[in-house]
Write a new protein. Structure first.
Length: 219
């Protein structure tokens, strides 16, 4: 692997494996973690050639990874750098990590969870006899868990969307700091898991906002 301090310091580049491992663990390719990590750590936007040379990767591998990262909203590509030529596009990692996570939820996780929940619901609907009691409980647990996951994803997506609005941005940091306390309030005032799911489904974001508002007013 070759690099230059003009792109990223050698000491900082040592953190790159953490990006590779993280991406691999959440279902992406390690190379996607390498490319994204380099763009995060780099001092400036990079051309495809700079990415290839720094990571010692082929042009096709970098091109495919950039397409994947662009699809999930993790990077952005802008015009050419001075004296690099008209075809030298620059790639950089987006600074808003919440928006990246929201994009992944929208384009990948929501559909996966929804499909799995529909399967569980189909089996649940067909498990009505007394001897199906154990299977019925297992499938209901899957449906419940999927609904909680959907609610959390909806919350993240809504937060990411609202964060782009000027009137919301000023409150964002304060809301994030109070989020753990808001979660504690929901957890300690709610009933059994199934009841929690029914309560927060489709309106979890609004409940978070109300709790956060109350915490803020009590300050």
């Amino acid at each position: 692997m070759t690099t230059s301090n003009s792109i990223v310091e050698a000491e900082i580049l040592k953190e790159l494996p953490s990006f590779e491992i993280f991406f691999s663990r959440i279902g992406f390719k390690r190379i996607d973690g390498s490319v994204f990590g380099l763009l995060v750590l780099a001092k400036k936007p990079l051309t495809s050639e700079e990415i290839e040379q720094t990571l010692n990767l082929s042009q096709s591998a970098v091109s495919l990874s950039l397409k994947t990262l662009t699809h999930f909203g993790a990077i952005e590509t802008t015009g050419d750098r001075d004296n690099q030529g008209s075809k030298a596009k620059l790639h950089s990692a987006k600074e808003d990590s919440l928006a990246i996570v929201a994009s992944v939820f929208r384009k990948r996780e929501e559909e996966v969870v929804a499909d799995f929940k529909r399967m569980a619901q189909r089996v649940l609907d067909k498990s009505q006899s007394p001897e199906d009691a154990s299977r019925k409980r297992r499938m209901q647990s899957i449906v419940t868990t999927c609904e909680i996951a959907e609610s959390v994803m909806h919350f993240v997506i809504t937060m990411a969307h609202n964060k782009t609005r000027a009137e919301f941005d000023a409150q964002y940091e304060a809301m994030v700091k109070r989020l753990p306390k808001a979660l504690d309030l929901l957890a300690t005032t709610a009933g059994p898991l199934a009841d929690i799911t029914m309560t927060i489904k489709d309106n979890l974001t609004e409940k978070f906002k109300n709790n956060l508002k109350g915490i803020y007013e009590k300050r």
